[in-house]
Design a binder for this molecule. Structure first.
Ligand SMILES: Cc1cc2nc3c(=O)[nH]c(=O)nc-3n(C[C@H](O)[C@H](O)[C@H](O)COP(=O)(O)O)c2cc1C
Length: 187
């Protein structure tokens, strides 16, 4: 079964990311072709990157928090990144968590669920550049939630009904590409 990690991309107290990730999980959890899991970067207590060497060099991770984060990401075949938009980019917490690892991300697929005044689309555009470098195949379909219409009073998450279809379209692509890349991962 393809394992899809839904990465909670904000650690801000009062964050919206948690509710959004749970919603994505609930939409996808009964799929017969994939097993979904919410991965909350907050649970891994990652400091600002404190490994001495670039992870692409493939040396053993020095710190216990990195090894724990590595084991979780390594166990996944595909990802959904749930990301806010901070200053037209993704959160520093999410970028930092990505930067800790390299091989654990390679030859996997990913999709995005973003939110912001303009659907978080600028954060996703930046993340797509990062995906190329860590060898993740990022799918076209993406979910762009609006702070104006999907969050009551800009706070409580109440997604418009049609958003569910866009989550499913994104998951279909993430799962298809995650399966297609299996031969590369098994090498
Ligand atoms: C530091 C910071 C910068 C932000 N910059 C943007 C921005 O550039 N565009 C935008 O649409 N929203 C921006 N916002 C609003 C966030 O989209 C909104 O606060 C959202 O709830 C943040 O996600 P989170 O609650 O999961 O942390 C910003 C919020 C913060 C805290």
């Amino acid at each position: 079964m393809l394992r899809v990690g839904i990465v909670v991309g904000s650690t801000r107290p009062g964050r919206k990311a948690e509710a959004v990730a749970k919603w994505v999980y609930d939409i996808g959890k009964n799929r017969s072709n994939a097993e979904l899991e919410v991965i909350d970067i907050q649970d891994y207590n990652l400091p600002l990157l404190d490994e001495p060497m670039p992870p692409s060099l493939g040396q053993p991770h020095r710190n216990p928090h990195t090894r724990r984060w590595s084991a979780k990401i390594d166990s996944m075949d595909a990802f959904v990144f749930v990301t806010p938009e901070y200053n037209h980019g993704p959160s520093g917490a999410l970028k930092n968590a990505i930067d800790f690892l390299f091989h654990e991300w390679n030859n996997k697929s990913a999709g995005f669920v973003a939110y912001g005044g303009a659907g978080g689309v600028r954060a996703v555009e930046q993340l797509r550049q990062v995906m190329g470098e860590i060898m993740i195949a990022d799918v076209r379909a993406q979910v762009a939630l609006s702070l104006h219409t999907d969050f009551e009073h800009f706070t409580t998450f109440k997604p418009a009904p049609h958003r569910e279809a866009s989550v499913n379209a994104m998951l279909d692509q993430v799962i298809a590409w995650g399966e297609a890349l299996r031969p590369l991962r098994s090498k």
